[in-house]
Design a protein around this ligand. Structure first.
Ligand SMILES: [Cu+2]
Length: 512
């Protein structure tokens, strides 16, 4: 019996060992396989997805590409380094700003102290104001932010070299160093800027600010006669602020005045905004004017994380104040004699941008795309850089084995974003604006709905389209920034464009 038992024990031990090896072996392999190198180029990430279009040769591989048909175009395109994709160097700066970044403790106007980051001694940083067509030049100096910083111009289709993504378009700007951004503000609208180095920590910590581009002069008197209000919403230690201030922001607006409130959601989730005391029009979304915006009443509008919404109000003739609620009771109060506008609860209904406004022709035909991409967001267990967890997937793949969307300049691109991950994701494509074609298969019938930050809810699907008209290597990621750092990050790469920068490396580039 004893011997038998021992024999049985040995067998059991052997079986257990074999089972352990069978289970652990693949796990160890998966773990090891997920480890990210100390430095890597995003060009080497994942796998090429040409979206059903012709193969696209990366510059350094151009010589090996089989297709010689478009050889001339390829030759000319070959070898463009992201650092060459800049604004005209001969253009003088129309708007020149110097920004000094610091890690420091500062106090909000309420007296509440916050341990974070400042630009020119404050957070949010200065509002940068430009007029359409002007060249904006921002000299960023890092005085004391450890780990380095950058500035990304969220929603502005800047030249790739100044997109501000550490490890993709530049190195993080270390302490004592500086970097100058130059771009032509060629679209009027509401934008913002923020760090894209360790962005999930630095944006929350306050390295951000608003950028407003006014329409070119010579507009109608009606268009110029609008009171402009920036309302940048940010949470400091969980405390909601508008322009860095807790509570209401009063703005003087006499009876009959037209006011445009430029709402910027710098947070990680969708934010409802609504108005009491007057109807409003949704004048613009993500820096693009809405066509034929009708008056809205008793409806909230959802502002995606990273997104902007311009709310236009005409002040009541009787002088009563108007409250623009931003995510809660507090917000912007417009008034003259009185600012006593009671807060009202959020309306049950939400404005649907799929049907809002009136149709207008597009400058391109999304019905004849050169490439069609899928961006299916899921979630599954696995390892991300050796850490076990439940991680986001793109088309079934875990970061960094995600698709690299390849395009050629001038391509018409359609992308279908499907969210089966159990959480909402505000998807942000750098360097481009995309138009929404449909949601859950229902075609858009309102004003062309142009986005750079699109809230994709749980179980939702969107079909969007854009023209690949801005060469570079562009992030296409979730703007719930912790999600991006958890692997919900892919890139759009133009034919022939290369980057000399690496994620990681001596500058410790860490874009998410
Ligand atoms: Cu997300």
């Amino acid at each position: 019996m004893r011997r038998n038992r021992q024999g049985g024990g040995r067998v059991r031990l052997a079986v257990a060992c074999a089972a352990t090896t069978a289970v652990l072996g693949p796990l160890v392999w998966l773990w090891q396989d997920s480890l990210l190198p100390e430095a890597y180029s995003v060009m080497d990430m994942g796998y090429a997805d040409v979206g059903g279009g012709p193969p696209v040769a990366a510059a350094e591989h151009a010589a090996h590409s089989g297709g010689g048909a478009s050889g001339h175009g390829r030759q000319e395109a070959a070898g463009r380094d992201v650092t060459e994709l800049i604004a005209d160097a001969d253009l003088p700066a129309d708007v020149a700003v110097t920004m000094v970044a610091r890690k420091q403790r500062f106090t909000l106007p309420s007296g509440r102290a916050f341990e974070g980051y400042t630009l020119n001694g404050r957070s949010p940083g200065p509002v940068i104001k430009a007029t359409k067509g002007q060249l904006v030049q921002v000299r960023l100096i890092n005085e004391s932010v450890p780990g380095g910083i950058t500035l990304h111009w969220h929603g502005v289709d800047v030249p790739n070299a100044v997109d501000g993504v550490a490890g993709v378009t530049q190195d993080a700007v270390g302490v004592g160093k500086e970097f100058t951004y130059r771009f032509v503000a060629d679209q009027a609208g509401t934008f913002w800027y923020h760090s894209h180095q360790m962005s999930h920590a630095q944006v929350r910590g306050g390295l951000l600010g608003a950028l407003v581009v006014a329409p070119a002069p010579g507009k109608s008197a009606a268009e110029e006669d609008v009171t402009d209000v920036v309302a940048l919403v940010h949470l400091y230690n969980g405390v909601r602020t508008v322009n860095g201030r807790e509570g209401d922001v009063p703005v003087e607006a006499p009876p009959g005045a037209r006011v445009r409130v430029r709402v910027i959601n710098t947070e990680y989730g969708v934010m409802p905004a609504w108005v009491s005391g007057a109807p409003y029009r949704l004048a613009a979304v993500d820096g693009t004017e809405v066509n034929g915006p009708a008056p809205v009443q008793d409806k909230a509008v959802g502002v995606a994380a990273g997104g902007r919404t311009d709310i236009e109000v005409t002040m009541p003739e009787d002088g009563s104040p108007v409250r623009v609620h931003l995510g809660g009771p507090a917000g912007v109060v417009l008034g003259s004699k009185s600012y006593d506008a009671p807060a009202v609860s959020r309306p049950a209904a939400t404005l649907d941008l799929l049907t809002y406004g009136t149709r207008a022709p597009l400058a391109f035909d999304p019905g004849k795309p050169d490439r069609r991409f899928a961006y299916d967001i899921g979630r599954r267990p696995g390892f991300l850089d050796g850490v076990p967890g439940l991680w986001w997937t793109v088309n079934g793949h875990l970061y960094p084995d995600v698709p690299m969307f390849h395009v050629s300049e001038g391509d018409v691109v359609r992308m279908r974003i499907v969210n089966n991950s159990g959480e909402a994701h505000p998807m942000h494509l750098h360097g481009h604006h995309a138009v929404v074609l449909s949601r859950d298969g229902v075609p858009a019938t309102g004003s062309p709905w142009w986005v750079d930050s699109l809230e994709v809810g749980v179980e939702e699907s969107y079909e969007i389209a854009f023209v690949a008209g801005n060469p570079g290597i562009w992030m296409d990621h979730c703007h719930n920034l912790p999600h991006a750092s958890e692997g919900l990050t892919a890139h759009l790469m133009y034919e022939g464009v290369t980057t000399p920068f690496t994620v990681g490396g001596p500058d410790e580039n860490e874009p998410e």
